[in-house]
Ligand binder design. Sequence first.
Ligand code: FE
Length: 203
Amino acid sequence: MSQHRPHRLSDFVADLSDLLDQTGDEAVILREGAALLAHLVAADDWLPEPQSQPDPARYQQYLLHRDPAGRFSVVSFVWGPGQATPVHDHTVWGLVGVLRGAELSQAYERRGEALAAAGEVQRLEAGQVEAVSPTVGDIHRVANAFDDLVSISIHVYGADIGTVKRSTYDADGKPKAFVSGYADVPPPLLFDRASALAYGAAE
Ligand code: FE
């Protein structure tokens, strides 16, 4: 990581904001948003240090940006070795892009009252993006693919996800109310579009 390029996150936020100005169509947001996120996670030279720290006790969720209009949030998800989420849902659209390391994702689907694994475990490598939503499949369990390395993924959701009332699920598929919150670290300062462009032009 010779040169730090924080403008990449600012550009992503500006581009996603433009996209959401243009459409509320979830399929379009997921498709075009996935391309924007793939571009963001294609280079691992922009995530600030405070938002890349693992915690030995628990995976960490650092707020990177909250849209002033509440339309989306961007979160850095930092996995310590071997850490995993419970089975959980989101209730809004979401995109996950792996920045560093790799993660394992198992989708679940409802079978009456119960939940059943849907398909194989997916391994997402750095640079790959996947989508979740109540439309395309909203329940999954995610884990660091490594038990000896930190992995980091960048998550984007169609709401201020740290405040959304959603659910985790036990082995019987029974939901339990859950609000994720965020780690107690302030989000980084972003460039506005004009200064981000100026910064880019100066390189
Ligand atoms: Fe998730």
